[in-house]
Design a protein around this ligand. Structure first.
Ligand code: NI
Length: 169
């Protein structure tokens, strides 16, 4: 397994739209294993392939306290959504920035696992929010792009400063 570098906002590669997975081979299993390792090491509760510069519809999520509930989500589709929630979100591609985004409170997800088997998942709470956040990544959208233009400008300024400081070190 290997840790993968995570792209950070406003890297233009985060805007690429991911393609559906059509081949469920050892390469996909390796990608999923590396993404899970990268997410846990960060540490984070979700990671989309887009964030590691792989533009395929692959997500890993684990919202459990003890890292015991890894969800592998390939070719996700939200088949039903209801309610509304406003929860504070963060993102491994936008470090040290948190803000609230409006999302559906309940979603029904249809997806495939790493072997290509289709499953359905009913989600609410943090898991529902996380699924929607990660699916946005696959469409080239970050959670900060749900915020006002002013807030987005502030985040960009903050990230520029961060990247300047990283370049210096
Ligand atoms: Ni994110």
């Amino acid at each position: 397994m290997a840790l993968l570098p995570i792209l950070e906002y406003p890297d233009p590669r985060l805007k690429r739209i991911a393609s559906p997975v059509t081949v469920f081979d050892a390469g996909l299993k390796q990608l999923v294993a590396n993404m899970a390792e990268t997410m846990y090491a960060a540490p984070g509760i979700g990671l989309a392939a887009t964030q590691v510069d792989v533009h395929k519809r692959v997500i890993v999520i684990d919202v459990s306290q003890d890292k015991s509930e890894l969800k592998v989500i390939v070719n996700p589709e939200i088949v039903a959504a209801s309610g509304e929630t406003m929860a504070e979100e963060g993102c491994l591609s936008v470090p040290e920035y948190y803000d609230s985004v409006r999302r559906a409170a309940n979603v029904t997800l249809k997806a495939q696992d790493a072997a290509g088997d289709t499953y359905t998942l009913e989600a609410d709470g943090l898991l529902a929010v996380c699924i929607q956040h990660e699916m946005d990544h696959l469409q080239g959208k970050l959670f900060v792009e749900h915020l006002s233009q002013l807030k987005q400008m502030r985040v960009k300024t903050k990230m520029k400063k961060r990247h300047r400081e990283m370049d210096r070190n």
